[in-house]
Write a protein that binds this ligand. Structure first.
Ligand SMILES: CCCCCCCC(=O)SCCNC(=O)CCNC(=O)[C@H](O)C(C)(C)COP(=O)(O)OP(=O)(O)OC[C@H]1O[C@@H](n2cnc3c(N)ncnc32)[C@H](O)[C@@H]1OP(=O)(O)O
Length: 219
């Protein structure tokens, strides 16, 4: 069962796993792009399918029971390697490498290819929401006010082209357990999508913090 978990793992072991799984995941991303854009003949497609199924069976030989979860390391870091936006082991993730400031700011330069298409040549609106949800959430977390997305509001000002993009977000204001963050997605010509959201520390997390003696940290 996936969860937040404290892991007893060394930094060297985390680095070893990152060096192992990062390239595997990148290869799968390239496979997805290749499958969308290939124009090879039918027999080659069928042969490729058989090879992919064989590789999938090898990886399935030993699996986690559920999803990856979020794992905290002894050094205070966390691994969200299954995350749909930033996950080191998730080929669905573009992935975004997100930079943070403790003031509650986050930004990322990244590239969205054929796998993220909605209208022809343009980023799917749901993908823009996916990216901005994560960015606003990361800004809230960077500022020490993490939470679950309560409400996310988007304004699609103009279409976002596939290709190189930048996303930015920052904390706008904090009201008790609610952190309001704003941000945008932009291409080289400027902003394409604006976002605002409220991130709320869930009741179960508030109760756990109160039990552990840190009741005021998020107030
Ligand atoms: C670093 C990692 C970044 C990750 C970024 C990605 C973030 C995500 O994708 S999170 C996944 C998507 N979000 C979810 O699934 C959230 C599902 N909803 C929930 O878990 C809960 O409804 C949650 C946490 C939003 C609020 O639950 P809970 O803490 O029990 O709320 P509750 O105690 O009733 O209300 C607390 C306050 O929040 C307000 N509130 C509750 N729900 C919402 C909401 N959906 N929108 C806005 N305000 C809300 C209430 O009105 C109340 O306000 P006030 O104190 O002023 O009266």
């Amino acid at each position: 069962m996936a969860r937040y978990a404290q892991e007893d793992v060394t930094a060297a072991e985390v680095a070893r796993q990152k060096a192992l799984y990062g390239p595997l995941t990148q290869s799968i991303r390239e496979l997805v792009d290749a499958a969308i854009r290939t124009e090879v003949d039918d027999d080659t497609v069928r042969a490729a399918q058989a090879e992919i199924e064989a590789v999938t069976a090898r990886l399935r030989a030993r699996q986690l029971e559920g999803s990856y979860g979020v794992r905290f390391t002894p050094s205070g870091g966390s691994r969200a390697w299954g995350n749909a936006v930033v996950g080191t082991r998730n080929a669905v993730a573009p992935p975004l490498v997100i930079h943070h400031e403790e003031s509650g700011r986050a930004w990322s330069d990244f590239d969205l290819g054929a796998a993220y298409e909605g209208p022809p040549g343009l980023v799917h609106g749901g993908v823009a929401a996916l990216v901005l949800d994560q960015m606003l959430g990361e800004a809230a977390g960077a500022g020490g006010k993490p939470g679950m997305t309560g409400t996310l509001t988007l304004r699609y000002r103009r279409a976002t082209p596939l290709g190189p993009l930048r996303a930015e977000a920052h904390i706008d204001r904090v009201e008790g357990i609610k952190t309001y963050a704003v941000g945008h997605l932009a291409d080289a010509e400027g902003v394409t999508v604006e976002a605002e959201g409220v991130f709320i520390l869930p009741r179960w997390a508030r109760e756990r913090l109160e039990e552990s003696g840190f009741p005021s940290r998020f107030e």
